[in-house]
Design a protein around this ligand. Sequence first.
Ligand code: HEC
Length: 301
Amino acid sequence: MTTARALLAAASLAAGLALPLAASAAEGQPHPPREKWSFSGVFGTFDRAQLQRGFKVYREVCQSCHQLKIPFRTLSQPGGPQFSQAQINALAAEYKVQDGPNDAGDMFERPARAADNIPWTFANENQAASANGGKAPPSLQLMAKARSYERGFPLFIVDALPFFQYQEHGADYIHALLTGYKDPPAGFTVPPGGHYNEYFPGHIIAMPKPIATDGQVEYPKGPDGKSPVPETVEQYSRDIAAFLMWTAEPNLEARKRTGFMVIIFLAVFAYLMYYVKKKVWAKVGGEAEGLPGTAPLGPTH
Ligand code: HEC
């Protein structure tokens, strides 16, 4: 590398470091803190009990406004909350969906079945928006992948490396959003219908604090009659964030397994190739040595 190129590289590294820092400081928008998740890392898997609790939070809190466009039966698939078929059938039957037209040409309502999408409380976006001060609550199934942020140089490079790969920004964000309702700082006026949230871009969100109090959702009790995890706003927020990570990436576990097998395969393959190369070239080099008029073809050791 010439001196000029080295200088250029150093300058762009410095700029890369300075720019994101300057940008985030200017916006005054803190990054969601990085949480610990069972599904991070190469060997990460979802915690079934956590996904089941997260779904309970969805049903009892978020569902009154948000939509989750997944069929009931997905909730019983491997890699997810893995509710039993009987649980799914019972769950679906609690909802009504519109079907039809029947023979007389009329639409009718019937209990939902496992193959139906989980129905939405609202008939359409407009109705949802008018019930929420003009902002329709977005569908949540892809939210954990849709909301991400870059951690800025140099951490975004670390996040992309296979063994440190970090893809949990979306779950961090949802957890931070749900626990990020605060009193606005002095001098900050919150418009009517808005709520101050530390982590929402621009800080003013139309969603009122959805999980307001500890004990709001009752968790399944263990053999000692107590819930194995705390029934707190903090825990509810973690569980729903994990659940929404699963709805956004239902095949995460299979993908990680495949990725790991590929790494093992490449390591074994690389070793084999190295071994073969040594063998082949050792022979060619040896034979070539000393033959009149033949130049050595490879390393001679
Ligand atoms: C009272 C209705 C209501 C409830 C209950 C509710 N939300 Fe919302 N939510 C909204 C509205 C309205 C918006 C749109 C906010 C905006 O754009 O200002 C929203 C937006 C969001 C967003 C997107 C934020 C973004 O970055 O755009 C997420 C994530 C979210 N809600 C998660 C949840 C979760 C998880 C729950 C359940 C624990 C929940 N919400 C419960 C009304 C609700």
